[in-house]
Design a protein around this ligand. Structure first.
Ligand SMILES: Cc1ncc(COP(=O)(O)O)c(C=O)c1O
Length: 368
């Protein structure tokens, strides 16, 4: 941790890193991602809704922005072995991809439940040359995969770099991942200026698992009070059903994976097993940045249940022809719970594409 803490800012702020990072984001990831004015969705909700299309990135989600940055840091720190945790598999695929690109060994820890529900991503990781280790502790999801990755890292500190996939974990990860994802809001500013003649929206909406796509979306707007920040967390079957991952609503201050933040925990401080239909939001903690924004009431956090997310995903698919990831569908679900003025400009981040979720969508199709 000390080694990482002492190196990350020096590297991230060096000209040589910035040049390589920017070039890969442009030529390999395909940035800038479009800011798309969704006309029919706008009409439906009575405002102007722009979608920030992270789903169009190489590998299908925002996760690749962060893995490109961290692999460049790992190389500069002389590390040869890369490990990662993954929930939905998007971060695992993004890590396996950059390891193939840089010819580095890659080991991905993934809960057994997630290996089953996101099996297309598992096959992609294997094809990319990564070793996928199914984790069978706890309820076999993201928290448990992260535990195993941390155990591995503790045992191999000299040669191993741990690429964390979200704004979670010990410092400097939340800060580092937010910086690497901040390209999202940097682009939103420029794109809005071009399209709207002003470089800020009235609302920013994003889903939050650990918080990386949301952190990237809001990064350059946090201090600007003109912009309302809305975060969608996973309500699961319902916030008071015991089957939920709504950390902001239910969490109390605690420590998880080296970060002090809100944690869903028992009276005795034992971390509770979370639940969400979405593997990427199924986490009993939340980034400390987001916990702080919620505590200060800078961000409004809305819990979106499984069925509301599924309905929102079908709605976007049918009226805009875009199949979103289940995680992003939670951000879309927030639209129904808000009211807008016709002149409001809303930017909603579609963090990923829904290819990995097709089976879940078909199994849970809303009644027509
Ligand atoms: C498409 C997509 N969106 C969102 C998330 C949630 O992560 P975060 O809150 O770090 O953006 C994930 C996590 O796997 C994901 O795959």
């Amino acid at each position: 941790m000390e080694d990482l803490k002492n190196n990350y800012l020096k590297v991230l702020q060096s000209d040589d890193f910035k040049k390589e990072f920017e070039q890969l984001l442009r030529d390999y990831v395909g940035r800038p991602s479009p800011l798309y004015l969704a006309n029919r969705l706008s009409e439906k909700y009575g405002c102007k809704i722009y979608l920030k299309r992270e789903d169009l990135n190489h590998t299908g989600a925002h996760k690749i922005n962060n893995t490109v940055g961290q692999i460049l840091l790992a190389k500069r720190m002389g590390k040869k072995r890369i490990i990662a945790e993954t929930g939905a598999g998007q971060h695992g695929v993004a890590t396996a991809t950059v390891c193939a690109l840089m010819d580095l060994e890659c080991i991905v820890y993934m809960g057994k439940t997630d290996v089953e529900r996101q099996h297309i991503n598992v096959e992609k990781m294997k094809m990319l040359g990564a070793t996928v280790v199914p984790v069978t502790s706890g309820n076999m999801t993201l928290k448990d995969a992260t535990n195993e990755a941390i155990r591995d890292w503790c045992c191999h500190p000299a040669d191993t770099f741990y690429i964390i996939g979200s704004t979670v974990g010990p410092h400097p990860y939340p800060d580092m991942v937010a910086r690497l994802q901040s390209i999202i809001s940097e682009e939103i500013k420029k794109q809005l200026l071009e399209k709207e003649g002003r470089n800020y929206p009235d609302y920013l909406i994003a889903c939050v698992g650990g918080g990386s796509n949301a952190a990237g979306t809001i990064y350059h707007f946090i201090d600007d009070e003109r912009i309302k920040i809305v975060l969608a967390e996973a309500g699961g079957k319902g916030v008071d059903t015991g089957l939920t991952a709504a950390t902001i609503q239910l969490g109390k201050t605690g420590i998880i994976h080296g970060a002090r933040t809100y944690v869903i925990q028992s009276e005795d401080g034992q971390i509770e097993e979370p639940y969400s239909i979405s593997a990427g939001l199924d986490y009993p903690g939340i980034g400390p940045i987001h916990a702080n924004l919620a505590a200060q009431r800078r961000a409004t956090v809305i819990a979106i249940n499984d069925d509301e997310a599924i309905e929102a995903a079908y709605e976007l698919t049918r009226i805009e022809g875009i199949i979103p990831a289940l995680e992003s569908a939670h951000a879309l679900g927030a639209l129904k719970k808000m009211s807008f003025k016709p002149e409001d400009v809303v930017v909603l981040t579609v963090s990923g594409r829904g290819d990995k979720d097709i089976e879940t969508y078909l199994d849970n199709a809303p009644a027509q």
